[in-house]
Design a protein around this ligand. Structure first.
Ligand code: 1CP
Length: 368
């Protein structure tokens, strides 16, 4: 990072009251001075500086070069007063390390989709510290650059979501292959999910050991499943990741898209925070989930396309809906869209910043 860029990060961080642990406190359902905010896919194509960086390097080069990955991760933090950084990478970086030939067009595309038991058994569960050392280097460099001002979030794809791409071979379409595999050869799907879970547990551990202070598991395609199949396939695979994560534990966020029918089951994943999309109002999510889990979300990403006024109004509604209890992290209900105006993101940041911390909120928040 250039000196100027470093100063910018320092200056914007300096505007805050020193080190910020409000994101980690909210993950643990502890009282906070204001609701923390970060944005899924916050480093990406809606930022002109990201698009400029991509002129110089391919997406995979960015992921594999720690200096560039750190540069991309810091871009949104230089512009906006966000409460967490997420390491720039992709859910397919560790899967490539398992032996799958992946390209990005721009979504992940597999040269050889996984269709047989031999294909499953050909996948390796490598030591991630040895096969993707650049991810750990990027995490530790990013944590160092941030100097504790905001924490670094590590991440991985959930086994079912990764399996959906691996079996299908590409994104788009209705994921017909994995959904029919579930009925045709459930044992093969289980073996694939277990293999992915073991690899992702090692991958998250590696990121935590490198300096990630929280991790998020993205289950973008879990919503395809009905409750019984979710309980039989996707959920035990997420549990297996968590069971094998080891110590020391950091907060784990589990995000399942389009899954209002699954959130009660997802609460049993063992995650500390559940990410929910806009399909579940947060007051309803709170009622259904009780006090044992924090929630993250859930502004509709398309609301931001309507500009700062609409963004402000909708963000306030989300905060109202989340209510005064501790344990809410403001985020979008899915990744920020490439056509998002910068002014809308600025409006979102202003909403959390200007919301006066009501003493009642803190009182109500004291653990009983
Ligand atoms: O052209 C480019 O610059 C590449 C576009 C791109 C980017 C910026 C891809 C390809 N991945 C990423 C980065 C990325 N992917 C991050 C970065 C960190 C951040 O949040 O800032 C993260 C967390 C992901 C996670 C990811 N990749 C998910 C889960 C979250 C989600 O959005 O649902 C999924 C499903 C992917 C697959 C993927 N990789 C890339 C694309 C375009 C896609 C989606 C394809 C599809 O819709 O199926």
């Amino acid at each position: 990072m250039s000196d100027a860029a470093r100063n910018n990060v320092a200056a914007s961080a300096g505007a805050r009251a020193g080190m910020s642990d409000r994101f980690l406190r909210a993950c643990r359902r502890q009282p906070v001075d204001r609701t923390p905010l970060w944005i899924m896919r916050q480093a990406g194509r809606y930022l002109p500086e990201y698009r400029a960086l991509r002129e110089r390097a391919s997406f995979l080069e960015l992921c594999r070069t720690p200096e560039l990955a750190v540069e991309a991760s810091l871009m949104p933090l230089r512009r906006f007063d966000l409460d967490a950084a997420i390491i720039f990478s992709d859910i397919f970086v560790p899967v490539a390390a398992m032996g799958a030939a992946v390209s990005f067009e721009p979504g992940p595309t597999l040269a050889h989709p996984v269709r047989t038991r031999d294909d499953v058994r050909a996948l390796r569960v490598p030591a991630m510290a040895e096969t993707v050392p650049f991810v750990g280097q990027a995490v530790s460099m990013l944590a160092h650059e941030l100097g504790g001002r905001v924490p670094v979030i590590g991440f991985c794809g959930a086994p079912f979501t990764l399996a959906a791409y691996l079996v299908e071979g590409r994104s788009g379409g209705g994921f017909e292959q994995i959904q029919s595999l579930m009925f045709r050869d459930p044992a093969m799907l289980r073996e694939l999910l277990d293999t992915l879970a073991d690899a992702m547990a090692d991958y998250l551990r590696f990121q935590i050991d490198s300096g990630a202070e929280a991790v998020q598991i993205f289950d973008t395609w879990a919503g395809l499943l009905g409750p019984e199949d979710y309980r039989a396939f996707a959920l035990p695979a997420v549990r297996r990741v968590l069971d094998r994560l080891g110590e020391p534990r950091v907060p784990v966020i589990y995000f399942a898209l389009a899954a209002p029918h699954l959130i009660d089951l997802a609460a049993g994943s063992g995650a500390d925070v559940l990410g929910v999309c806009w399909r579940v109002p947060l007051d309803q999510a709170r009622r259904r989930l009780g006090r044992n889990v924090a929630i993250q979300g859930n502004l509709h990403p398309h609301a931001l396309l309507a500009g700062p006024e609409v963004t402000r109004a909708r963000a306030l509604e989300v905060l109202e809906s989340a209510g005064p209890e501790p344990g809410h992290i403001l985020n979008l209900g899915h990744g920020i869209l490439p056509s998002t105006p910068i002014a809308s993101v600025e409006a979102l940041v202003e909403v959390v910043r200007n919301r006066a911390p009501a003493p009642k909120r803190a009182e109500a928040a004291e653990p009983v």
